[in-house]
Design a protein around this ligand. Sequence first.
Ligand SMILES: [Zn+2]
Length: 183
Amino acid sequence: MRFDPLPAEDCLIDSHCHLDAPELAPDVDGVAARARAAGVGQLLVPAVTAGTFDDVLAMRERYGCWIAFGLHPIYLDRHLDEHLAQLDEYLARHAPAAVGEIGLDFYLPELDPARQEALLVEQLKLARKHGLPVVLHVRRSADRVLKHLHRMRHRPCLQRQRAAGASLHPPGLQAGLRRRDDL
Ligand SMILES: [Zn+2]
């Protein structure tokens, strides 16, 4: 089973699906097939660490899905400065659909905010350099993320919002952010 690289305009597109997650490995073919059968014409698989860049590449090879490369804020302790250079190289060599998953998570107290912001800024610079949109993880940090997006004049973006039913605040909508379930 493969997703169409250029899906029909009226199909569903899952803008954020961690198909490479280890929890799905025992039945990943089944997960992809059920998504396809339910009307999902394409899905975007974002990486979360440099160690998963090759995993999402393998997903594209296997299923023809769209992919993104990025350093996720929740995995802050796994990111090294040299991973930014590696990200730059993967963005140049592998034609992903976006940079992601990146962002800020101010909900988990163990994640150093300054380090998160430094990584976000560098990844937004890479997204601009390569002309790519970003897939965002935003938790209790919408104002700070928007500040960086404004400063970088970066749009469009996709925001991951965890709280079910929560609405994106108006400045976010003005900045071009869209909730994944709006798409
Ligand atoms: Zn995610």
